[in-house]
Structure formats: structure tokens, C-alpha cells
Design a protein around this ligand. Structure first.
Ligand SMILES: Nc1ncnc2c1ncn2[C@@H]1O[C@H](COP(=O)(O)OP(=O)(O)OP(=O)(O)O)[C@@H](O)[C@H]1O
Length: 333
């Protein structure tokens, strides 16, 4: 396999106005501007192979979008080197655009008032896709999803799920070597999320497209990514496969319980009762993360049983979401 993206010691800094507080401060800002430097990406290096699906993860403000903007040529690095299929992206933006496709969450890049097929035809002209390739792509799309009914529908009349699907198909239409997907399943229901993930997986397999995925949805990560890269405060925390990561947290299990009463409120109570444990709640379960090197699950369950009426329980391996949360909190030694 060949390396399609090479990133070496990349730093990106922004100069931002240091705003002073209050009216007096604002007036002072008008006359003497005081700037500070924000380092959004701090010495990042990684190589990505053709055909990989990489989850690029990190909390809000970690520097993910800034890195992707540098890979797409929108921003120039302050220092360091980025090569995308042999090109320096910000110096060869047009050439780079031919090689990449992008989908940014809920912001559609399709022509709002036009039927999807007209957007596809415009993209065919823009990217100069030969007829045979375009027809081949539509055939492939038809075999993966039922696009027939979508093709003649105006984008503004589509549901969010249909629009996301159409956006993904549009991003892959010119057969780019790399597709950047930013929160591709945000706001979708469970079955649409599954459909979108299956589509991305199939397109990656069929076309050997490299996919860089930024998401806060760990379902996306579990379904799609062999490799994850985690950054926080601009610095790289982790770059390896997800199983390897779970190995670090092998002694952790998630104890899931159902109790009587409002689960979120009960979880708050449990959080106070066992402050050393990570406790979370969704609509169905309260989850308590237990490090079995330190505590026995049965002891934790016994403790909770004293103050809560437990109706059901499950024991699970640590989830991807919890692994990543722990890395944000503690890092990987
Ligand atoms: N154009 C800009 N000017 C000044 N600061 C910026 C600019 N773009 C980003 N930053 C800062 O750089 C840091 C990283 O931002 P970035 O948008 O890359 O994070 P992110 O990981 O994509 O976050 P999110 O998940 O919220 O989208 C933040 O502190 C942000 O405020």
C-alpha cells in the first residue's frame, strides 16, 4: 500500500485579538490592539495509507477542523509539511480539489433547488468526469442504495437522511482518492445511521477511497474505523488501531443497571455515592465503569443495591466511547 497523506511536524497558529473586558476595554481595543497567538495544531505527524478509514477524534476545540482545513488546502500550516497524494495542498488547491471529496455534517454542498441528478450533472462538468465513469458510478450507487426515487427530487424537499446520503454520493462521484467526512451521521435516526455507515464502508471497499472521519459518534467509529487518531489541545494523544487501545483498558468493565425512577436523576445520586467511578446514563441504562484490578463488580453491585431498587443488570466490555473519554481525561501511558 502507498501513503496518500504525509503530515510531518505540522504546527498551525492563529493570531487572535486579546479582547479587554467592559466598555473601557473595548475603547482601548480600538486604539491599541493586543494580540495573542493560539496554537490550534501543535506538532502533529502522521502518514495515512491509500484505502484506510481513519477516525480523527478529539474534544471540541482540539484542532481537528484546523488539521482537515490544512489537508484540503484551505489553510496553510505555520510550519511543517503536508503532502496529499504528492501535492502541497495550499499551493495546488485546484489539483488537490480533484483528488478530494468533502461532506460537512448538516451543511449540504448540493444545489438546493435542483433535483439531485442535476447537481450530479453539474459536478460531472466541474470535475470533468468522463461519461463511462459517470455512468459506472451511477450504476454502483444504484446497486448500493435505491437512488432512483432520489435522483429526481429537489434537495430542499429531501429529509435530512436523504440529503446526507446524497451529499455522500456527491462527494464520491468524481472518484476522489480521499474523502473527508465531518460528523456524517449527526442528527440521523438509528436506521439511517446504519444505512449511511454501510454506504461509506461499501464505497471505501469498492473504490479503495481513503476516508478521514471526524465524529463524536462512537457508533461511527466502531462501525467504520480500523485506526483512530486522537488529538487534544492540538497535540496528538494516540495513533493506533482501536483494539490495541482497548488493550490498555482491559481490566475495565461497564456495569449497566436499570433502577426505578428517572435514570438521569438516579445517575446523579450514584455519582455522589461512588465519586471514584465514572457514571453515565442514557434512556435505558445507568453505566458504571469498574476497574476490576481495584474493585470487584459484585461488590459495586452490592453497594448500589443498598440504596437503589435494581430491576435489571448487564456486564459489558469497556465501550469505545468510554475508552476515548478516559484517554481525554488521563492520556495513554
Ligand atoms: N480562524 C481561526 N482564528 C482563530 N482561532 C481559531 C481559528 N480556527 C480555529 N481556531 C482555534 O483553534 C482551536 C482548534 O479549533 P478547531 O476548530 O480546529 O477544533 P475542532 O477539534 O475542530 O473542534 P470542534 O469539534 O468543536 O469542531 C480552537 O481553540 C479554536 O478556537
Amino acid at each position: 500500500m502507498s501513503e496518500i497523506i504525509k503530515i510531518k511536524n505540522v504546527i498551525k497558529e492563529f493570531k487572535v485579538l486579546n479582547r479587554r473586558e467592559g466598555l473601557k476595554g473595548s475603547l482601548k481595543d480600538l486604539f491599541s490592539r493586543d494580540y495573542k497567538i493560539v496554537r490550534a495544531v501543535d506538532n502533529i505527524s502522521m502518514n495515512i495509507e491509500q484505502g484506510e478509514i481513519v477516525g480523527y477524534l478529539g474534544p471540541n476545540g482540539a484542532g481537528k477542523s484546523t488539521t482537515i482545513k490544512m489537508m484540503t488546502g484551505v489553510l496553510e500550516p505555520t510550519s511543517g509539511e503536508i503532502l496529499v497524494d504528492g501535492n502541497i495542498p495550499y499551493q495546488n488547491r485546484t489539483k488537490n480539489a480533484q483528488k478530494i471529496g468533502v461532506v460537512f455534517g448538516q451543511r449540504s454542498q448540493l444545489w438546493w433547488a435542483l433535483p439531485l441528478v442535476e447537481s450530479f450533472k453539474l459536478l460531472k462538468d466541474i470535475y470533468q468526469i468522463p461519461d463511462a465513469e459517470y455512468d459506472g458510478m451511477l450504476k454502483l450507487y444504484q446497486s448500493l442504495v435505491d437512488i432512483g426515487p432520489l435522483l429526481h427530487k429537489a434537495v430542499r424537499q429531501m429529509s435530512l437522511g436523504q440529503r446526507t446520503l446524497s451529499d455522500i454520493l456527491a462527494a464520491f462521484l468524481h472518484n476522489p482518492k480521499i474523502v473527508f467526512l465531518d460528523e456524517p451521521t449527526i442528527g440521523l435516526d438509528v436506521s439511517m445511521k446504519a444505512k449511511i455507515r454501510t454506504l461509506i464502508h461499501a464505497l471505501n471497499k469498492e473504490k479503495k477511497t481513503t476516508v478521514i472521519l471526524t465524529t463524536h459518534d462512537m457508533g461511527d467509529v466502531d462501525a467504520l474505523c480500523q485506526r483512530i487518531v486522537i488529538i487534544d489541545k492540538g497535540k496528538m494523544l494516540y495513533d493506533n488501531d482501536i483494539e490495541h487501545l482497548k488493550g490498555f483498558f482491559g481490566s475495565y468493565r461497564t456495569l449497566k443497571i436499570r433502577v426505578e425512577g428517572d435514570l438521569k436523576a438516579q445517575a446523579d445520586i450514584i455519582r455522589r455515592e461512588v465519586p471514584d467511578f465514572s457514571v453515565s446514563a442514557d434512556d435505558e441504562w445507568i453505566s458504571v465503569l469498574v476497574d476490576e484490578d481495584k474493585n470487584k463488580v459484585i461488590d459495586v453491585l452490592g453497594l448500589l443495591q443498598k440504596t437503589h431498587k435494581i430491576r435489571d443488570m448487564q456486564l459489558e466490555e469497556i465501550s469505545t466511547e468510554e475508552v476515548i473519554k478516559k484517554i481525554y481525561e488521563e492520556g495513554v501511558q
